[in-house]
Design a protein around this ligand. Structure first.
Ligand SMILES: Nc1ncnc2c1ncn2[C@@H]1O[C@H](COP(=O)(O)OP(=O)(O)OP(=O)(O)O)[C@@H](O)[C@H]1O
Ligand SMILES: [Mg+2]
Length: 182
């Protein structure tokens, strides 16, 4: 596959593209209808995220990885709304949604990640109603057997209790391990 970009890119190479997101570690540019480029401020963060994305390619919860250089990754553009936005818009988490969230966490485990957690703003629901998760730089550097970040994010919308009730029905053992984080 021909690369769209050189091994290392500068901000100048990106000036013709629209920036659709940014964060502490980089900026996200729309480079094709179905692709975004994440430009990293630090190569170390880039390495960590790339490693997790490569390993995650066997999973449907991971955006497709198309190409990369020293300081960028080109990946699938996930069109859809985040779990955060969903909760804000609808004000509930039903059992079906809970199952999908549990599936994401099981996939982290299956992939060998040590962080079995994510942020509600990093879970994006695609047009098929399935979650794809972005921002995996902490997949191997944090150790989280309990999804405390996720539960904390739900708390902001008053939905942790509802979510945990669903977990209790679906998987009582998990509920027992998580209930103290209500
Ligand atoms: N593959 C993608 N498809 C669609 N939107 C994306 C994608 N990747 C990133 N974004 C958008 O860009 C934003 C920032 O991306 P990301 O969280 O990866 O950056 P970051 O600098 O690592 O963030 P943080 O400050 O959380 O560490 C996301 O919240 C999302 O809105
Ligand atoms: Mg982020």
């Amino acid at each position: 596959m021909d690369n769209l970009f050189n091994r290392k890119i500068s901000k100048k190479d990106l000036e013709d593209f629209e920036m659709i997101g940014d964060g502490k570690d980089g900026e996200i540019y729309k480079v094709a209808d179905d692709k975004v480029l994440k430009y990293f401020f630090k190569e170390e963060t880039h390495q960590r995220e790339l490693e997790a994305m490569k390993i995650g390619q066997t999973s449907d919860i991971m955006p497709r990885l198309y190409e990369f250089g020293d300081n960028y990754i080109v990946m699938e553009f996930v069109q859809g709304i985040s779990l955060a936005r969903h909760m804000k818009r609808h004000g509930y988490i039903d059992e079906e949604m809970t199952e999908k969230i549990l599936f994401v966490l099981e996939e982290f485990k299956r992939l060998g990640f040590t962080r079995w957690d994510t942020e509600i703003r990093h879970m994006l629901m695609d047009e098929n109603g399935e979650f794809k998760v972005i921002d995996h730089k902490r997949a191997f550097t944090s150790k989280s057997p309990v999804p405390t970040k996720l539960l904390k994010g739900m708390k902001k919308f008053g939905l942790t209790g509802e979510f945990l009730e669903n977990v209790k029905n679906l998987n009582p053992e998990l509920y027992d391990a998580w209930k103290k984080h209500k």
